[in-house]
Design a protein around this ligand. Structure first.
Ligand code: PLP
Length: 419
């Protein structure tokens, strides 16, 4: 039985490898907990989405919030990808990574004036505007600088993405985007504002979508609005479809990049002079990394067998926050019959678990475990809760690996504290 979707993370000689490197070796050199990324998987995922859209002029803008290490962003830049950012901090990372500012789109419902100014100075492709007040502040900031801000309006297509409520963003009750009727109004305002230039139409309906149907529904609504706008003399070039393509954590059967691309182009492919943007995040980084952790103790109670590890909710919050499922593998392949265990961390919260009631071969203190599909919203959502230093990050390329983020030190923990 292989639970691995990619040959680049698999057992070889009974030891779990990422590409050509055994995880025991990385654990010994980099310590644990550590996020271990496969360059090959990360790159393949970008290339597959790019290939899937080759029937149209398009740009893949990697969603930076998903896994933001500058070392990874450099890899994305090297493949010609742009970036979808949601903060000035992410813009800063993109600049460090050498991502072409003309390939950067800026999303998010709460852009601050200083962030707008930074993005204008950088010369990004467009701001995905989410409200009338944001549009008016952006116009002001651009005009103060004697610049023109290129914009898209993020519409809320009111499509149910059938995903976890925390990551559903395109429902009418969500804080994101504006209804189609209001979008029309914002484009009219933009047209009459010299410091604004409307160039696109944007949406992002949610994350971890496991069927193409919601994407198709969103595309149909976007297309109607896009053509309506053109008929009213508002000639846009870009449709930005956002991200959202799901991955297989457990039993899900998400569309492949190819199926996603076909479904999207089937709706949008016949629009004249269209330039398509997509903002994939999870589908790029999710399957590309494992969180490598160490077993500290076995603890048995009358009710449970806990495997206590040095990896915790502060390192990977998804199980606690969304009830997410992540496969967990022993780094040394085992033949013993599995026990049913909870894999938990040292944090003082009952929400601190990585897996519940999970079959896992017996393990002893000092052995390593790999939490699979941890590349997306893993490291970027980590925290210092319980004054735990955040994990190191390692990038594997073929038979070699390098540290791309040092493990934090206790000095890092109190950096900036005044006493
Ligand atoms: C988070 C986000 C993405 C990435 O979504 P994934 O589901 O990880 O692909 C893309 N665009 C916007 C605006 C986002 O907020």
């Amino acid at each position: 039985m292989s639970n691995f979707d990619d040959k680049n993370i698999d057992y070889k000689n009974s030891v779990l490898h990422v590409e050509g490197v055994e995880l025991n070796k990385i654990a010994a050199e980099a310590g644990t907990p550590t996020y271990v990324y496969s360059n090959e998987i990360f790159a393949e995922n970008i290339i597959n989405i790019d290939q899937a859209l080759r029937g149209a002029a398009h740009l893949v803008c990697y969603s930076v919030k998903v896994a933001s290490n500058v070392g990874l962003l450099k890899k994305a830049a090297g493949l010609g990808a742009g970036a979808d950012i949601v903060s000035g901090g992410e813009l800063y990372r993109c600049r460090k990574a050498g991502i072409d500012p003309k390939k950067i789109v800026y999303s998010g419902v709460g852009k601050a004036a200083h962030e707008m100014a930074e993005a204008l100075d950088a010369g990004i492709l467009m701001f995905n505007v989410e409200s009338a007040q944001e549009l008016s502040l952006l116009a002001q900031v651009a005009s103060d600088k004697g610049k023109v801000a290129q914009i898209a309006v993020r519409v809320n297509p009111d499509v149910d993405p059938q995903t976890h409520p925390y990551v559903a963003t395109g429902l009418k009750e969500s804080k994101f985007g504006v209804p189609a009727a209001e979008a029309m109004e914002l484009y009219r305002i933009a047209k009459n504002t010299p410091s604004l230039k409307a160039i696109g139409l944007d949406c992002h309906i949610g994350s971890q979508l496991v069927s193409v149907a919601p994407f198709v529904a969103a595309c149909e609504r976007l297309k109607r609005l896009f053509l309506d706008l053109r008929s009213q003399g508002i000639n846009l070039t870009y449709i930005d479809l956002g991200g959202g393509l799901g991955i297989r954590y457990n039993q899900e059967k998400p569309p492949t990049a190819k199926e996603y691309g076909e479904a999207v182009l089937n709706v949008l492919g016949d629009i004249d002079d269209l330039f398509l943007i997509v903002e994939p995040g999870r589908s790029v980084a999710g399957s590309a990394a494992v969180l490598l952790i160490k077993v500290l103790y076995n603890k048995r109670t009358d009710f449970k067998h806990f495997v206590v590890t040095d990896g915790a909710m502060n390192d990977l919050i998804r199980p606690c926050l969304y009830g997410s499922y992540h496969q967990i593998k022993t780094v040394n392949e085992k033949n013993q019959a599995p026990l049913t265990v909870d894999v938990v961390g040292p944090v003082c919260e009952s929400g601190d678990f990585l897996a519940k009631d999970r079959p896992l071969a017996p393990v002893e203190p000092g052995e390593y475990l790999a939490v699979l599909n941890a590349g997306a919203y893993g490291m970027t959502m980590s925290s210092n809760y319980n004054s735990r230093t955040r994990p190191a990050e390692v990038l594997v390329e073929g038979d070699s690996f390098k540290l791309i983020k040092q493990r934090e030190t206790y000095d890092n923990l109190i950096l900036g504290e005044i006493f």
